[in-house]
Design a protein around this ligand. Structure first.
Ligand code: BV8
Ligand code: ZN
Length: 244
């Protein structure tokens, strides 16, 4: 049974401006492998070598295949109670911003509205050469790397290591964290920047910082409250206490 302290319940009920940052851990209970877990994508596929521009230049087919594998997986998974809790939460606050590092689209599928996708979305593609969005349907069964009409290779429209995050989403994420009175960091190892600095921006601007993660992270020491357990259990308990 997850205990919500009266102190935390008071903050949950009095906050008016709330922001949340989510990472791969919130989708783990949907069956999406995280990056760092033992079954994590990176252990099997060495993602930090695959989610990069030079990996794609060196071996576009391999990188494309890795994303097709992940797309096939994503097409079978569903949002879990942690995603649903955030949909509930959004309805209970006037000023609520959901910032995600995830590219799996599960927050939108769950029904969240005000979402900032800092690292893009695995269902979108663009041309590696001219950058134009590539909107043709991709056959999930074929690993054939599509080509743009300009002749360039098609790549997933996600942010790779060494690439800049979408400026508008990133600015809005920092604005939301700077004005937040309550900030929750959910299911992220908080090691990938600049996303990992967003919870600390909230904290340094006076937010009550809550972490919900299976294990401690580099931001745990800065939190006002840290839950170490499953997001799929803790997030519904937090929303229940907010509604009481
Ligand atoms: C940039 C999209 C600059 C692609 C991703 C040295 C120091 C500091 C920074 C750097 C450095 N060297 C390089 C950098 C920059 C680099 C970076 O931060 N590297 C890290 C590894 C050190 N960052 C970048 O390159 C960024 N760009 O900096 O550009 C620049 C400047 C000028 C000019 C040009 C460029 C771009 C970063 C974005 C990379 N793209 N994803 C794809 O997915 O294929 S990152 C990817 O990894 C995710 O999006 C996410 O952000 C990150 C993984 O983190 P998490 O989501 O936290 O997942 P993880 O598995 O790590 O953790 C899950 C957590 O959940 C765990 O703690 C686990 O315990 C917990 N958990 C598990 N189950 C549950 C649970 N919790 C609750 N309930 C459960 N059931
Ligand atoms: Zn092109």
């Amino acid at each position: 049974m997850i205990e919500i302290s009266p102190e935390l319940q008071k903050v949950l009920k009095s906050a008016r401006k709330v922001a949340v940052l989510t990472g791969a851990g919130i989708s783990a209970e949907s069956g999406v492998p995280t990056f760092r877990g033992e079954e994590g994508l990176w252990s099997k596929f060495r993602a930090e070598e695959l989610a990069t521009v030079d990996a794609f230049m060196r071996n576009p087919e391999l990188v494309w295949e890795w994303y097709m594998h992940r797309r096939q997986l994503m097409s079978t998974v569903k949002p879990n109670p942690a995603h649903a809790a955030l949909v509930e939460m959004e309805k209970l606050y006037d000023d609520f911003t959901l910032i995600t590092q995830n590219i799996d689209g599960l927050h939108r599928q769950a029904g969240s509205k005000n979402i900032l996708e800092l690292h893009g979305n695995i269902s979108l593609n663009k041309c590696f050469a001219c950058g134009r969005p590539f909107t043709e349907d991709i056959d999930l069964e074929s690993n054939q790397l599509p080509a743009c009409e300009c002749g360039g290779k098609i790549r997933p429209d996600v942010v790779w290591f060494g690439e800049l995050l979408p400026p508008d989403a990133l600015n809005r994420a920092f604005d939301a964290s700077a004005r937040a009175e309550l900030f929750l960091s959910v299911g992220t190892s908080a090691v990938v920047h600049p996303a990992a600095s967003i919870p600390l921006t909230a904290k340094s601007n006076g937010a009550f910082l809550v972490e919900v993660n299976l294990e401690p992270t580099p931001i745990t020491e800065f939190t006002d409250w840290a839950f170490h357990g499953k997001a799929g259990e803790i997030m519904p308990a937090i929303v229940e206490s907010l509604k009481k």
